[in-house]
Design a protein. Structure first.
Length: 177
């Protein structure tokens, strides 16, 4: 059986702690801090469960897991043949470890990538509207009209420029009458 990383050990110890002793320790820390405890205050597990953010769509969580996997795979040490194994199988195990770590981090809230993706929408009259681009409705018709006008203006400028260049490039008339 493998040894758990130190973070897991500390988490297990924190979960096993007596709630009364934890409350007493917090009270002593607050007394010693002289009012500065608000900067270091940590919510109790029950309070954290109540303050959990709204559930994000699964495809956003999967996207964040994929990005985190890429980050983690680049951060994991490469020359640990004793831990992962050697050769192709070692690379595979390293990749699987990065994948599982990324999935676990994304399920527990991640680093905010999914929130950024969700944040690219605004609410107008209770409906989500993308910040950039318009997909349908009267806004799309107006955007199409503006794009058509812009394209027409550009084409007219190109025609005028081509006409001016053609008259400037024409050889002067050598025929004298």
């Amino acid at each position: 059986m493998a040894i758990s990383p130190p973070g897991d050990i500390l988490l297990d110890v924190a979960k096993a702690a007596d709630p009364e002793k934890v409350a007493a320790a917090r009270a002593r820390l607050k007394a010693h801090a002289n009012g500065a405890a608000t900067a270091f205050e940590v919510a109790a597990p029950a309070a954290r469960a109540q303050a959990a953010p709204a559930r994000r769509p699964e495809h956003f969580v999967q996207f964040e897991a994929m990005v985190l996997q890429s980050f983690l795979q680049n951060m994991l040490p490469e020359d640990t043949a004793a831990f992962y194994g050697e050769g192709l199988s070692g690379e595979m195990w390293r990749g699987l470890l990065a994948q599982e770590l990324g999935n676990a981090m994304a399920r527990r809230g991640g680093i905010g990538i999914a929130d950024r993706v969700l944040g690219d929408h605004t609410l107008e009259d209770g409906r989500k509207v993308p910040v950039a681009g318009v997909s349908s409705g009267p806004e799309a018709e107006e955007a199409a009209s503006q794009a058509s006008l812009a394209a027409s203006l550009i084409q007219e400028i190109e025609r005028q420029t081509a006409k001016t260049l053609a008259t400037d490039a024409a050889p002067p008339s050598t025929h004298e009458e």
